[in-house]
Design a protein around this ligand. Structure first.
Ligand code: GLC
Length: 418
């Protein structure tokens, strides 16, 4: 089988989703700039248009808040069909933004874009360094407790409706939410999206932080939801390592980052659930593990932690599904092969886990994940996500990050890592 036509299709998707300076995840369902989607887009662009790759990251960083936070959505233009829009967030900004962040992978992707062309990249990367450093500082101040990176809203994790948040979310009071009109379910099937009850909880939490004026200390102390997430913890730890590498390349003093790395290596260890025997989320409000083995549990290698204890889980799951890696354990209660983060395969997560396995020397596992990612896209197209059971393409189509990781990771022509 030849795949060249898919390389061209992937490039075309990135061009089609380019709105000038930023890329939408897909038209219709997601009409704005999303933080980690953009970082993946930059990585994808770096395979054929270096300048455009840097512009993507520069546009993202241009919306950084004064306190260092880089928002999860940037509302570059008015799209009345999207809910919840900038008026609901009430977070200000020009262009307006949401009030929470998202997985901080931009430093990692900036390093990858730089690797693709160091001559073109050097001044761009150097100009971005202080902004990235301030964002990481914000995370350490606002979200990291005991070395574990916590979320205050499921949307911040990038895994919106993962089972990890179920129990914590059940304590969120939704009585003040009122009536609203959802827009996501007019683009895709209801059974592929979060439920109405979950949506009420998302809004209640959004209103809660908004009514705290997005103040870090108040939210830390009082938010009904604060859960340490292995995904966020491993991604931030990885990004710290890449940021340190960048700082060292420019002769900066990186001892502050060394301290963060030490803190978070220890924190990551605290996310090991000894009962289940896997990396788990931890509810900071109740002091209990959430008991959820997810794709995020497999990000340890990507974070530079060589942990063989996760390999048997990976073997079991690889044997259980047609396409790797389900976002939630197929043997877990409530696994749903088509509902968003409760089972489906997300190609971008595979690219991170696969790259981590390669870096740690687990070549055979890495090969299976990379070939599985190639197969699911080749067989079922550039969808937002896929059923691990039969590959059914789900969510949005013509999707930016699926195209980006095809070009960087899944295609036989791709580098296959960072
Ligand atoms: C969904 C995903 C999130 C992503 C966004 C845009 O909310 O859960 O991770 O960033 O869509 O693609």
């Amino acid at each position: 089988m030849t795949y060249e036509h898919l390389d061209e299709e992937a490039r075309q998707i990135l061009r089609d989703n380019d709105r000038g300076g930023y890329t939408v995840p897909t038209s219709g369902l997601y009409p704005y700039q999303w933080n980690w989607d953009s970082a993946f887009a930059a990585w994808g662009f770096s395979t054929f248009d270096i300048d455009r790759a840097w512009v993507e990251l520069e546009t993202l960083m241009a919306s950084q808040w004064d306190d260092g936070m880089v928002p999860h959505i940037i509302f570059h233009r008015v799209v009345p069909e999207y809910f919840p829009g900038p008026d609901v967030w009430g977070a200000g900004g020009n262009p307006p933004t949401s009030g929470i962040s998202q997985p901080p992978i931009a430093a990692t992707m900036a390093r990858a874009v730089y690797a693709a062309d160091m001559v073109a990249g050097r001044p761009r990367l150097e100009a971005m360094y202080d902004g990235l450093l301030n964002w990481h500082r914000w995370f350490m101040r606002a979200r990291v407790d005991d070395g574990m990176c916590c979320i205050t809203h499921p949307w911040e994790s990038g895994r919106d409706n993962a089972p990890d948040w179920d129990e914590g979310m059940s304590n969120v009071d939704t009585s003040g939410v009122g009536a609203y009109q959802r827009r996501d379910t007019s683009h895709v099937d209801n059974d592929m999206r979060p439920t109405k009850e979950q949506y009420d909880q998302y809004l209640a939490l959004l209103y809660f932080s908004r009514d705290c004026g997005w103040d870090i200390e108040t939210i830390n102390r009082t938010s009904p939801l604060r859960i340490a997430d292995p995904g966020m913890t491993f991604m931030l730890l990885r990004a710290h390592r890449d940021l340190k590498w960048i700082g060292d390349a420019f002769g900066r003093d990186t001892t502050e980052i060394d301290g963060w790395i030490d803190t978070m290596v220890e924190g990551a260890g605290r996310l090991w659930n000894p009962d289940g025997g896997y990396y788990d989320s931890f509810n900071m409000r109740t002091g209990a593990f959430t008991g959820t083995l997810s794709c995020a549990s497999f990000y340890c290698w990507y974070a530079g932690i060589d942990d063989q204890r996760m390999l048997p889980h990976l073997d079991r799951i690889l044997a259980a599904v047609k396409y790797p890696i389900p976002s939630y354990d197929p043997d877990g209660p409530g696994f749903d092969h088509i509902r968003y983060w409760r089972g489906p395969v997300w190609g971008m997560a595979n690219s991170q886990i696969g790259a981590g396995l390669t870096e740690m020397g687990y070549a055979e596992h890495a090969r299976k994940i990379r070939e599985g990612t190639r197969a699911v896209i080749a067989d079922h197209g550039f969808a937002e996500y896929f059923s691990p059971v039969d590959g059914t393409p789900a969510g949005g189509q013509h999707f930016t990050w699926t195209a980006a990781i095809w070009l960087t990771y899944a295609s036989p022509q791709a580098k296959g890592g960072f």
